[in-house]
Design a protein around this ligand. Structure first.
Ligand code: NAI
Ligand code: MG
Length: 496
């Protein structure tokens, strides 16, 4: 038996069934820690996209799904949420193998998905139309929120099921049907997750998964005339292409595109807590998170002492196997990402920033796809290392004088996803919060997200918000209904 045949094999999931891709081809998914292929994934194409969208449209228009009440959809979502627990260990293991995130972190993330589905299960039957006190006599005008139709969900590799569920849970609660295109680097967990929807009782065609590459599956999916809305998380280049294609089809989008978020530490902060917040902000998941606090803005008076504490803290961190509970930083998830991070370390050096810890790959660990936690000081905010998203464990430290200076530097980037502020002064915290251009501001904490709370970016960090009550509106069209109680209908050709 060849090595390829021994690997786990994953098919597409369309219309409630596993099926082989039309082209009959498969591609390998690697484990970034071992560097070895561990699974073969169906390589979808335009034909598979057509099949999936057709199934999703059929499920949207006919059969049991459109006949369900909103409460009925909520009941299905609750059943799904309850099923997550038993599958969580397996789903977490798949995600760890695919992207190298620490076991402890993926287990927590996957278990937390259940809360997302419970939340939107509850919200499904609480979105109400309004009766409008219109100026026209003899009418009752009211609104209905109707599901948009078939939704495309396109996701990256850093938190595959979480970022999918941020879109999937509200889309289903609203009554849409979906076609999901997971990242080509981390497709397996979604294929196993999709089977839970069948077990929970979702009708065939409501949830479909087409795996494959961006140009071969993502692009035709976005361009498909029967897709009404696209929910995307990923990089700016793919995000722009999707937005352009959506414009041609006059479709709506939700885009979450990353950032260059500042973590601002004032001299009056609780520095023990600030240190932990700064470290987890940039080094959790080896910096491969959209909300990474990749710029540390630290007040001049405490700059040197704080940087020293930071260096002491991270220089002893354990890099290694993400399955080992002792490991603190795992591998970089993909080879291209690993190379991109190393190239930014070179860029920073060439720009004159000074590396005070890390700065190297670690070829002797596992597959060698490791980057040390890296801190650059002497960074000018105009440097590329301060302006561009690295998506890795690389922190740029920038000194500031006062509140106004901190806000000016914080806002002087094209992104606006998130920001952290560390201070004991209520006045400072409020000043920064009010003046910063970012979708999330964390005061004396960093990185918290929840199903209850809207998340998304200002400026080039994206369009729209996910999570919380307002996120469900992305999946509805509003219909205004005019009911007349006037028994006469005016003759338009006769002036009264
Ligand atoms: P990407 O943005 O290229 O891929 C994300 C998803 O979009 C994948 O499923 C991909 O197949 C799909 N896609 C790519 N091109 C497409 C197209 N033309 N039409 C439709 N779908 C398409 O992300 P990639 O290559 O994995 O990472 C590139 C950079 O993006 C990273 O270096 C990082 O800076 C950033 N990134 C940001 C994330 C975030 O959470 N905001 C997550 C992952 C990456
Ligand atoms: Mg992989």
């Amino acid at each position: 038996m060849s090595q390829v045949e021994a690997l786990a094999r994953y098919e597409l999931f369309i219309d409630g069934e596993s099926m082989a891709p039309a082209g009959g081809e498969y591609f390998a998914s690697q484990d970034p820690f071992t560097g070895k292929d561990w699974a073969m994934i169906a390589r979808g194409s335009q034909t598979d996209v057509d099949r999936a969208v057709r199934a999703a449209r059929r499920a949207f228009e006919s059969g049991p799904w459109p006949a369900l009440s909103a409460s009925g959809r909520g009941a299905l979502l609750r059943r799904l949420a309850d099923l997550i627990g038993e599958s969580a260990p397996r789903l977490a293991e798949i995600e760890r193998r695919d992207n190298g995130k620490l076991a402890a972190e993926v287990v927590t993330q996957v278990n937390y998905l259940s809360e997302y589905f419970h939340y939107y299960a509850g919200l499904a039957d609480k979105v109400q139309g309004t009766v409008i006190p219109t100026d026209k006599p003899g009418v009752l005008a009211f609104t209905r929120h109707e599901p948009k139709g078939v939704v495309a969900i396109i996701t990256p590799w850093n938190s595959p099921l979480t970022l999918t569920s941020w879109k999937l849970a509200p889309a289903l609660a609203a009554g849409c049907t979906v076609v999901i295109k997971p990242s080509e680097f981390t497709s397996a967990s979604m294929l196993e997750f999709a089977e839970l929807f069948a077990r929970a009782g979702f009708p065939p065609g409501v949830v479909n998964v087409v795996t494959g590459f961006g140009p071969e599956v993502g692009a035709p999916l976005v361009a498909h005339p029967d897709v009404a809305h696209i929910g995307f998380t990923g990089g700016e280049i793919a995000g722009q292409k999707i937005y352009e294609a959506a414009a041609r089809g006059l479709k709506t989008v939700t885009l979450e595109l990353g950032g260059k978020s500042p973590n601002i530490v004032f001299d009056d902060a609780d520095l023990d807590r600030a240190l932990l917040g700064v470290v987890s902000g940039i080094f959790a998941a080896a910096g491969q998170t959209c909300q990474a606090g990749s710029r540390l803005l630290v007040q001049e008076s405490i700059h040197d002492a704080f940087v020293q504490r930071l260096v002491d803290f991270v220089s002893n961190v354990r890099l290694g196997d993400p399955a080992d509970p002792q490991t603190q930083i795992g591998p970089i998830a993909t080879r291209p990402q690993f190379e991109k991070i190393l190239s930014y370390i070179e860029i920073a050096r060439a720009e004159g920033a000074r590396c005070v810890t890390g700065g190297r790959a670690r070829p002797e660990i596992g597959s060698g796809q490791f980057v040390e936690p890296t801190v650059f000081v002497g960074v000018d905010n105009r440097m590329r290392i301060a302006q561009e998203e690295v998506f890795g464990p690389v922190l740029s430290v920038i000194a500031f004088k006062d509140e106004a200076d901190a806000v000016r530097i914080a806002n002087d980037v094209q992104f606006g996803l998130a920001a952290g502020v560390w201070t004991r002064s209520l006045q400072r915290a409020l000043y920064v919060t009010e003046n910063i251009k970012a979708g999330t501001v964390w005061v004396n904490n960093y990185r918290a997200t929840s199903y209850t709370s809207p998340f998304g970016g200002f400026k080039r960090s994206g369009i729209g918000r996910e999570s919380g009550i307002e996120a469900i509106q992305d999946y509805f069209e509003t219909k205004c209904v005019w009911l007349s109680s006037d028994l006469d209908v005016q003759n338009p050709f006769v002036r009264r």
